[in-house]
Design a protein around this ligand. Structure first.
Ligand SMILES: [Zn+2]
Length: 116
């Protein structure tokens, strides 16, 4: 059992932070259990610089950042169409006629989940 320690600085929501551990996953890669700080009010988790550095290195090593592409929005009827480049489709395992869940996470950011 990890001893809980309340930290002197606060979460964005004003809640108190405590040391904890979390399962870290980015881009579908499991980075294992890492130290983090968690807000006792809203549950937000913050990873330390050291952990973020480690994750960034691993992502670079695996070439995931290299998959970034610029695509142009086109149109089909009333919908806008964004083409998924073949490299990204291949990496993500998206195939023709797959179902995708799409939702905005902030004003200038849309996320997609492939429904398996
Ligand atoms: Zn919070």
């Amino acid at each position: 059992m990890v001893k809980e320690k309340i930290l002197p600085y606060k979460c964005r929501c004003g809640g108190k932070l405590k040391k904890s551990q979390t399962q870290v996953e980015f881009f579908g890669i499991d980075f294992g259990i890492k130290e983090c700080e968690v807000c006792t009010a809203c549950g937000s988790e913050y990873l330390g610089d050291e952990v973020m550095e480690e994750i960034e290195q691993e992502i670079k090593k695996r070439g995931i950042f290299g998959l970034e592409r610029r695509v142009q929005v086109t149109k089909s009827g009333n919908s806008l169409v964004i083409r998924i480049p073949p490299e990204i489709a291949k990496f993500s395992g998206i195939q023709y006629k797959d179902q995708i869940r799409i939702y905005p996470i902030e004003k200038s950011r849309i996320e997609m989940d492939i429904i398996q």
